[in-house]
Design a protein around this ligand. Structure first.
Ligand code: FE
Ligand code: CA
Length: 527
């Protein structure tokens, strides 16, 4: 299952690389010049050569038509603070049009700094649109694994198709990641991660396939070690090395069900913003993001990507600006607070940004990549109703503003992709769920988890309640996997790719079900 792009570094790779550089003519001069210009890495000479600094792999993300962010973090001892000296270290990088690096098109040097856990984020520009590239890093003569990435199509172009996978919820303690291993072998242009990249909980007291290290994450050191632990998984590293990623976070990157500055347990509110700052910082340090490095409790994560005239993707942050979950969190009878117009998932500023972007968009498909299920879901069969208050069902007025906007302003083909709930759903988004026969204004695909578990006792309850929720087209609460999407100018297709178990590392995925959306007609139908 060795991927061709996973070229091992090793001493041979190193010398081969040097020979290539010597034959690369002018490029060598450029590199030498960069060497001289760059601040001397204080530690390079003093420290004995570390073992492998690239244990956490490489990654790329936030693709633009002319650029992409390349990431790595130097961590020879990833589970014990990283193992790097307390000094800046020079990291060279190069990007080529081929996996053997015969044709290097961009190269440069940057510094891995202790304050960023020796992570680097290189925003490479000057690349060609809709093009595959290969990249690698070098530190002290040691080469990183090779990553592959792809730029977005040019603005104004009409791409024939776009293929991406979307994922969420990879609790390390609840299983292995055959979903990642299978996804890494797919034919995709990018991967979208909707959050719960890590889980904050301490080591499980009950037997689990593999355990977290230490207690619940609270400090920057805790969050760094947790991210590093997740990156020790080879399947996750393979997926990062295979495709560019677009990521947002959900709650568990900080803490279960937090909302804005309010933690799960309100008694822990003092100090929570410091914890959030540590969590956001570690999240940024470990992922290929083109967002400002969080230097306090605030992050700027919502952003938009365009894929020619075929698709535009608005990526949301529905945690940082949220008002507290109403009615007591979790599954509840809906109380008045769930209908409060001031209750918000996005905050007013991000809401304006979202609606404004949808209004201006000329793209065929308008993707809203976000965290929790948007469609209404009454979990109780019969006239009594139960809703999950952490989802958009706890923020009804905010949802009605968005869905009402879709009804009146008619942006082209809105499709919401969601995660969080560790189960698979397909739903028609109705302009007003309170009104029977309300117009379908959008489509929602909710992907299941990579490995996080769903409470199986809920499955028969939900199955029994589905007739009360006719806009829900599909539900499956027993599987793990990812969703593979392919869109062209006429059609969107979502394949629910599932694995039979997360108790094994290597099992093949299959397509459980496929749904399609026709352009110009909101709502999904079985393919
Ligand atoms: Fe989750
Ligand atoms: Ca979640």
């Amino acid at each position: 299952m060795e991927r061709p792009v996973q070229t091992a570094p090793g001493p041979l790779g190193s010398s081969v690389d040097r020979r290539r550089l010597l034959t690369a003519g002018g490029a060598v001069a450029g590199l030498v010049l960069l060497d001289q210009l760059a601040p001397r890495p204080v530690a390079a000479a003093a420290r004995p050569r570390v073992s492998d600094p690239f244990t956490l792999g490489v990654a790329s993300g936030d693709p633009l038509p002319d650029g992409v962010v390349l990431w790595t973090r130097l961590a020879p001892d990833p589970l014990h603070g990283g193992g790097m000296p307390d000094a800046d270290v020079q990291v060279d990088w190069e990007v080529a049009g081929d996996e053997r690096f015969a044709g290097v098109v961009r190269r440069g040097s940057t510094l891995a700094r202790p304050g960023a856990a020796h992570s680097v984020h290189v925003d490479v520009r000057g690349l060609e649109p809709a093009t595959w590239y290969w990249y690698r890093f070098r530190v002290d003569g040691q080469l990183s694994p090779v990553g592959r990435t792809r730029t977005a199509p040019a603005a104004g172009s009409s791409p024939r198709r776009l293929r991406f996978g979307f994922v969420s919820c990879q609790n390390y303690q609840e299983g292995f990641w055959p979903a990642w291993e299978n996804l890494a072998e797919e034919d995709l242009d990018l991967v979208v991660h909707l959050g719960d990249y890590i889980y904050e909980s301490g080591r499980s007291a009950i037997p689990v396939p593999r355990g977290h290290l230490g207690g619940e994450t609270r400090t920057l050191a805790d969050y760094r070690t947790r991210h590093a632990l997740y990156k020790t998984d080879p399947a996750l590293r393979a997926a990062h090395a295979a495709f560019p990623f677009v990521l947002t976070y959900d709650d568990h990157e900080v803490e279960n069900n937090y909302a804005g500055g309010i933690p799960e347990n309100p008694a822990e509110t003092p100090g929570f913003l410091e914890r959030r700052a540590a969590a956001y910082r570690a999240w940024w340090e470990h992922l290929p993001l083109r967002v400002p490095a969080p230097a306090g409790p605030d992050a700027l994560v919502h952003r938009r990507f365009a894929f020619g005239d075929l698709a535009e993707m608005s990526v949301l942050d529905t945690r940082q600006y949220r008002t507290d979950q109403p009615c007591g969190d979790n599954l509840q009878v809906r109380c008045a607070a769930a209908l409060d117009p001031a209750a918000t998932m996005t905050g007013p500023e991000q809401e304006r940004w979202l609606l404004g972007g949808l209004d201006r968009s000329a793209a065929r498909w308008n993707v809203i990549a976000q965290q929790t299920m948007m469609a209404q879901m009454d979990f109780l069969a019969g006239p009594a109703q139960l809703f999950l208050m952490d989802q958009w069902d706890g923020y009804v007025a905010a949802r009605n503003r968005l869905l009402g906007f879709l009804l009146h302003r008619r942006p082209s083909n809105p499709v919401v992709i969601s995660g969080d709930i560790h189960s698979s759903w397909v739903a028609d988004l109705e302009a007003d769920f309170a009104e029977p026969g309300s117009a379908t204004v959008g489509t929602e695909f909710v992907g299941t988890s990579i490995s996080s578990s769903f409470p199986t006792p809920l499955v028969p309850l939900i199955d029994a309640a589905l007739p009360d929720n006719p806009h829900i087209r599909y539900f499956d609460g027993l599987k793990h996997g990812y969703v593979r999407c392919e869109l062209d100018q006429q059609r969107w297709r979502s394949d629910y790719r599932v694995v039979p178990t997360v108790l094994l590392r290597h099992v093949p995925a299959r397509t459980a079900v496929s749904f399609e959306v026709e352009s110009g007609q909101a709502g999904a139908h079985r393919a």
